[in-house]
Design a protein around this ligand. Structure first.
Ligand code: NAD
Length: 343
């Protein structure tokens, strides 16, 4: 088991990597009241391994990451008599972590929460860093809070029930972490990507731990995204736009976003072509797409609607080498031009 710690302004998180779900009660304390929030799929797979706490089950999927689902959780908390001494434990993917995190951090002005992320994406990204958001009016994560969970327990065994596509999607974030901040990890992934795809325990433990370390490091320096934390958006400016206008899942969209960002970095003279080629090769080996199958003009329109756009300029994450990211402002048109190269 690997034990990491994130210390933020809104509290500290213990990150327990490779700890079994069955050890949850000892983390919470046997005397303490707790309530689990999960989704229907995760409940079907893992409810028998849950401790004997009340369970609030929400419908799965991004389309339910919204305020009506939050209201549903509030109502159940009220029925259960949840008070400020209770701990909320979210067991599920990024959607459950986000919705439960938001509900917990607003109910009674904020309850403590623990996360048990059950997708690779949630283990390496969504459960870490204290951002809890829900979608509103077609805008992703428009309403949210910053509040660190007390703990994050990552049990690799829960990843075995994921479809391969979801493992790939999570690996896109793992590759992102290496690309922006950990060059040796990038080399490790080049050698071990197949073992990661197969969820080989040693490889996946290393991939999760190293990705978590990258995120913890960055979030510790900039919890509320004033600068450094923007680096975590590598590939995401384009990725979020693509997710809105195509059928790509998050990881696929981010993979194409990273390919476009690498192309732009080369165009600007920041990144060597051989480094771009290594990133593209690794993404392909992970089974992720690296070419754009829609018109760059459609991408342009979607980019201009993004809530993170500041006037005409966008903070954009470039690579100066594998393992090092730089953030600069650019106009969306430059992204669209680079996107033409990827068609
Ligand atoms: P998800 O939570 O929708 O999970 C994907 C699907 O897998 C769901 O149908 C779920 O029921 C199912 N599932 C979950 N665990 C499973 C398991 N072990 N076995 C089989 N099926 C399982 O999606 P996700 O990819 O985990 O997370 C995406 C969400 O995370 C997005 O809403 C994104 O915005 C959010 N996110 C948040 C942050 C943050 O900092 N708060 C960071 C990154 C992503």
């Amino acid at each position: 088991m690997i034990h990491l710690r994130l210390v933020g302004k809104t509290g500290g998180s213990e990150i327990l990597i490779g700890k079994p779900l069955a050890r949850l009660p000892e983390l919470v304390g046997r005397e303490r009241n707790a309530v689990i929030v999960t989704d229907e799929n995760v409940a079907r797979l893992y409810a028998t391994s849950f401790p004997s706490w009340p369970v609030v089950t929400i419908p799965p999927g991004e389309q339910n990451k919204n305020l009506p689902t939050v209201l549903r959780i509030y109502r159940r908390f009220l029925e259960l008599g949840v008070d400020r001494q209770w701990l909320v434990v979210a067991v599920g993917g990024g959607v459950v972590c986000d919705v439960a995190g938001f509900a917990a951090s607003t109910y009674l002005r904020g309850l403590e929460i623990g996360f048990v992320p059950t997708t690779l994406l949630a283990q390496v990204d969504a459960a870490l860093g204290g951002k809890n958001g829900v979608n509103f009016y077609g805008y992703k994560n428009l309403v949210g809070t910053f509040r660190q969970p007390r703990f994050v327990l990552c049990d690799f065994e829960t990843l075995r029930s994921l479809p391969l596509q979801a493992v790939r999607s999570g690996l896109a974030e793992v590759i992102k972490a290496a690309a922006i901040a950990d060059r040796p990890m990038f080399g490790f992934l080049e050698k071990n990507i197949r073992s990661c795809l197969n969820l080989d325990r040693k490889a996946i433990a290393a991939a999760v731990a190293r990705s978590c370390r990258v995120k913890i490091d960055i979030v510790s320096r900039d919890e509320q995204e004033a600068g450094e934390r923007r680096k975590l958006n590598f590939g995401h400016t384009v990725g979020h736009a693509l997710e809105k206008i195509s059928r790509l899942d998050h990881g696929e969209a981010v993979a194409i976003g990273m390919a476009i960002a690498a192309r732009l970095s080369v165009r600007k003279g920041l990144l060597a072509k051989e480094e771009e080629a290594r990133l593209i090769r690794l993404l392909k080996e992970a089974g992720l797409p690296v070419t754009l199958r829609i018109k760059p003009s459609s991408l342009g329109r979607a980019l201009l609607k993004d809530k993170k756009r500041e006037n005409r300029n966008i903070h954009f994450v470039f690579l100066s080498k594998l393992g090092q990211a730089v953030v600069e402002k650019i106009v969306p048109q430059e992204i669209i031009e680079a996107a033409h190269d990827l068609r």
